[in-house]
Structure formats: structure tokens, C-alpha cells
Design a protein around this ligand. Structure first.
Ligand SMILES: Nc1ncnc2c1ncn2[C@@H]1O[C@H](COP(=O)(O)OP(=O)(O)OP(=O)(O)O)[C@@H](O)[C@H]1O
Ligand SMILES: [Mg+2]
Length: 511
């Protein structure tokens, strides 16, 4: 008998050990749904002592609806004798946050095979689910981004030609020529189209940003009166700006664009008035920081929150929020590019953005911009007035129509222009020249030989040559070539006027 008792105690110890250390939640209930066993961690999850729960039913620990549902499933299992795998969303009394549980339940049988209850093992899969959803979302954004970038790239080339020639036409036709108006209309439509491609490029993170260390509060203060006007009479603007805000690395114009787009959306969500609150604070993300989003790496950030008291969003809208052309607004009211642009700019600035929203209560956008430690040193360039010149230029562009436009525009400005349709062509031409050229204007992406390789080769012969790169599409992960002295960049599509200005800037820069 003593031996039997010893064996029983050992088995109990084993069982208790097991229950205390298993990372899943373990429980058993009887025919009347009363707990006959539960693991310590489950009692903790319920936020009640184990002794209090034992002998009580699900109604003691769950809200009525959930308890009823659980008992209905358990009845089924006890009647059919078939095990079930269920996913349940459960609120924890401790944190109050809903957790997704993956639960395996089986009937308990006595020695006669009679079912007397339920045994279950539940695993918390909340984290898993969240990561899965995040992964799917990232993949989707990536695919859409690539599509948008590709479309924008091709349109940029076309628009450079369309807008360029319409601009030249507008210049040449006299004001009282009826064709003048037509050219103006064409140019205006073309410029609206290039606004759209610009937004697409921003979304696909293929914009060339000019980041510099800046204080986000300063940027906000500068645009606050514009924001005020934008929001109208009915919407209040409140700012809660942290003193001694850390610096971030950003493109001023683009970061303002982000704020403006968010403000416009907030205004549209508050047709009957409300408050838009923009708050900034320094935030160190540490392992202890409760990162609900689970994807912000450790480090220092400037956290900007943009909160409105508008109509909020449904979960459906939230899940499509940053996709280009996703809009719930009426035709003509919104294109659905506002947040796509925001997303692209924030990502390209190495930042993070999330939205929280509840229908009828409002929306908060959270932005996290990484801190940068740098001395402020950004002298503004003086504006350039004149734009004509007489220097010798080599223009390399594989698209005939784009090249013809550029050559024509530059010749009109007085430059001496030599042209080439490819990198190879340019090298051949250059070898035959008796006098050196001052500036190479080249496309970045060309078949066979890229603009970068061409520059490398040409610099062997002419080390001092200045280079103006043009592209509608540059991989922003390697814009190192922009840091070289004597180098500048112009984004397609551009107007002849912009080209002339960039060119003069480059020529007048002292090396
Ligand atoms: N603050 C907000 N409150 C409620 N809904 C919002 C808010 N911001 C965005 N949304 C929803 O997200 C959708 C997409 O926004 P987004 O800015 O990308 O496009 P849009 O505002 O519809 O059009 P566009 O910005 O191109 O004029 C909106 O149509 C709206 O349904
Ligand atoms: Mg918008």
C-alpha cells in the first residue's frame, strides 16, 4: 500500500510539474462545464486564483456570450465524442487585450468509456496571426509598389516629350494665334498627369529625396497657418509639441506633404467640425516598449501622432488604407493617392506609419521617424536668374523623342549641343572631338551601358567633366553618385525651363 501511495504521489508531482511548465494553457471541465483542472498560467490569464475557479463554470471567467458559445461547442464534443480544433478570440481580464487562442478539445472518458467531460489545450497564437497578416500586407504593398513604379517610369518618358513640346509650342506661338490656347491646354493637362506620376513614384519609393537634418516641430510651425486655412472654420487645430525634440533626417518638402495629406483626410472625415491634434515626442524603442505594431526596430524615434475626431474607418477600409487608388470618396472627390504618397515618403525616410481607427470615434495616425544626430548645416542656395549659356554639352538619351526635345531646347538657349543615343555611341563621339565638353547630360538607365558606367569611362579622358543625370526612376538605395562633386540630378518628366535651371546651377557650382 505504501508503495502504491508513493507511486501516486510521484505521478501527481509529474502532472503538476507538467502543468506548471507547459507553455500552453491546459484545462478540463466536467459534464456540467465545471473546471476540474487548470494550469497555473491559465488561472493567471483569467486573473483569478486557481482555487476560486475550480468547481466553477465558464460563466465565472468569461462574458456570457463567449461562455455560452464555449459550452455549446463542449456539449457537441461530449455528445458526438469527436475532438475539435477551434480558434477563439478571448479577452484577458489582466491586460484587457483580446487574444486569439488555438484550442484543441477532446472528450474525457472514464474506465467504462463514458464521456464525463472535456480536456483542452489552448495556445496563444495572437502574435503568430499578427505577423502573418503583416507579412501578407507587406507583400501586397510591395507588389502594388512595383506596378506603380513601372507605370510611372514609362509615363514619365512620355510626359517629358508631351510637356516639353507643348511648352516649346506655347513659347513659339504668339498669344493671338488660336493654336496658342490649345498648346497651353495640352501643357496644363500634361502637368496634371505628371503630378499623378509623381505621386505614384512617391508611393513606390522611387523618388529622389533630398534629406537633411531637421526639427519636425519647426517644419510644423512653418506650415501651421497653411494647415489652419486648409482645415477651414469648423475644424480646430491643436498642437502638442515636445520641447527639445530630436532631429530627424528628412526631405522638408516631402515631410510637409505627409502632414498635409493627413490633415486633408482628417478634414474630410470631420464635415461637421472637430479637432485635429498633432503631437510630437521623443521616443526610445526598447525591448520593454510595448510595440503593438511589432515591427519597429529598437532605437530613438521622433513619434508624431495625428489625431482626428472624425467618422473613423471600418476594418475593411483600414486594411486597404495605403493602397494607391483606394478611396471611399465619391468620384471626383478623391483619387486615393493621398495615403499611398504618405506611405512611400515615410518608408523612404526609413520611418514607420500605422493607423488606429474606430468607426464614429476618430482616427490616429502614428508616425515614427528615426532620430539623427547631426549638426545643422544647410545653407540655402541662392536663386539663379539667368538660364542661357554657350557651353559645349553632350546629351546621351536612348529615347529618340526625349533626346530630340532636350537638344532642341538647349540649342534654343544658345548651347553647343552634341548628341548620342547610347553610352557606346557617346564614347565613340567623344573620342573624335577636338575640344572637350563641359557638361555631360545623360539618362541613368539605358540598355547595354548605364549612365553611371558612361561617366566612369568618360572621366578617364576628361576627369573634370560635370554631369547632369536625368531619370524618372532611380533606385534610391544607391544615390551615391549624387554626392560626387560636379554632379547634379533632374527628375523626369521635366520642362525645358527646369532643365535650363539645373544646368546653370551645375555650371556655376564651384568644385
Ligand atoms: N482621417 C481619416 N478618417 C477617416 N477615414 C480616412 C482618414 N484618412 C483616410 N481615410 C480613408 O482612407 C481612404 C484613402 O485615403 P487617401 O488619402 O489615400 O485617398 P483619398 O483621400 O480618398 O483621395 P486623395 O487623397 O487622393 O484625394 C479615404 O478615402 C478614406 O476612406
Ligand atoms: Mg486623401
Amino acid at each position: 500500500r505504501k508503495q502504491a501511495e508513493e507511486a501516486l504521489r510521484a505521478s501527481e508531482r509529474l502532472m503538476n510539474n507538467f502543468l506548471e511548465n507547459i507553455p500552453s494553457y491546459v484545462f478540463a471541465t466536467d459534464r456540467q462545464h465545471r473546471y476540474i483542472l487548470l494550469s497555473n498560467n491559465l488561472a493567471q490569464f483569467y486573473g483569478k486564483p486557481k482555487e476560486e475557479i475550480l468547481g466553477k463554470t465558464h460563466h465565472h471567467v468569461f462574458p456570457k456570450d463567449l461562455a455560452d458559445a464555449i459550452q455549446a461547442t463542449n456539449e457537441q464534443i461530449m455528445t458526438s465524442g469527436i475532438s475539435q480544433h477551434i480558434e477563439e478570440v478571448v479577452e484577458s481580464t489582466v491586460g484587457g487585450v483580446p487574444r486569439v487562442m488555438s484550442v484543441n478539445k477532446s472528450p474525457l472518458r472514464d474506465e467504462k468509456g463514458q464521456i464525463y467531460g472535456i480536456s483542452g489545450v489552448a495556445t496563444d497564437v495572437t502574435e503568430h496571426k499578427r505577423l502573418e497578416a503583416q507579412f501578407r500586407q507587406a507583400q501586397k504593398m510591395d507588389a502594388v509598389g512595383r506596378l506603380a513604379g513601372g507605370v510611372a517610369h514609362d509615363f514619365n518618358n512620355l510626359l517629358t516629350v508631351i510637356n516639353g513640346y507643348s511648352a516649346l509650342l506655347t513659347d513659339r506661338l504668339s498669344q493671338d494665334d488660336p493654336r496658342h490656347e490649345m498648346a497651353v491646354e495640352t501643357l496644363q493637362a500634361g502637368e496634371r498627369a505628371s503630378e499623378l506620376t509623381k505621386q505614384l513614384l512617391a508611393f513606390s519609393r522611387k523618388q529622389v529625396l533630398m534629406p537633411q537634418p531637421l526639427n519636425f516641430n519647426d517644419s510644423l510651425r512653418l506650415i501651421s497657418s497653411m494647415l489652419d486655412r486648409l482645415l477651414g472654420e469648423e475644424v480646430m487645430l491643436a498642437m502638442d509639441l515636445a520641447p527639445d525634440l530630436w532631429l530627424i533626417n528628412g526631405d522638408k518638402g516631402q515631410l510637409n506633404q505627409v502632414t498635409m495629406n493627413l490633415a486633408i483626410n482628417a478634414r474630410d472625415a470631420m464635415p461637421n467640425g472637430g479637432t485635429l491634434t498633432i503631437a510630437t515626442r521623443n521616443l526610445s524603442v526598447t525591448p520593454e516598449w510595448p510595440d503593438r505594431y511589432g515591427m519597429i526596430p529598437q532605437g530613438d524615434y521622433v513619434h508624431v501622432s495625428v489625431l482626428d475626431t472624425g467618422h473613423g474607418m471600418s476594418p475593411e477600409t483600414l486594411s486597404h488604407l495605403f493602397e494607391p487608388f483606394y478611396t471611399t470618396k465619391e468620384v471626383g472627390q478623391g483619387t486615393g493617392l493621398g495615403l499611398a504618397t504618405v506611405y512611400g515618403i515615410v518608408k523612404q525616410s526609413q520611418g514607420y506609419i500605422f493607423a488606429d481607427s474606430t468607426l464614429d470615434q476618430g482616427t490616429t495616425f502614428h508616425l515614427f521617424y528615426p532620430r539623427v544626430i547631426a549638426a545643422m548645416a544647410a545653407a540655402a542656395a541662392p536663386p539663379v536668374v539667368h538660364k542661357k549659356g554657350s557651353e559645349r554639352l553632350l546629351v546621351v538619351e536612348d529615347q529618340d523623342s526625349v533626346r530630340a526635345l532636350i537638344v532642341q531646347a538647349l540649342k534654343q538657349d544658345g548651347y553647343h549641343v552634341i548628341e548620342a543615343a547610347s553610352g557606346e555611341d557617346a564614347l565613340r563621339t567623344a573620342a573624335l572631338l577636338s575640344e572637350p565638353i563641359q557638361v555631360l547630360i545623360t539618362d541613368v538607365i539605358m540598355p547595354h551601358m548605364s549612365g553611371l558606367v558612361l561617366v566612369e569611362r568618360l572621366r578617364v579622358t576628361w576627369p573634370g567633366i560635370r554631369v547632369l543625370y536625368m531619370s524618372g526612376y532611380v533606385d534610391p538605395s544607391k544615390p551615391a553618385f549624387l554626392d560626387e562633386p560636379g554632379t547634379a540630378f533632374i527628375q523626369k518628366p521635366f520642362l525645358p525651363d527646369h532643365l535650363a535651371r539645373h544646368l546653370r546651377d551645375l555650371l556655376e557650382k564651384s568644385l
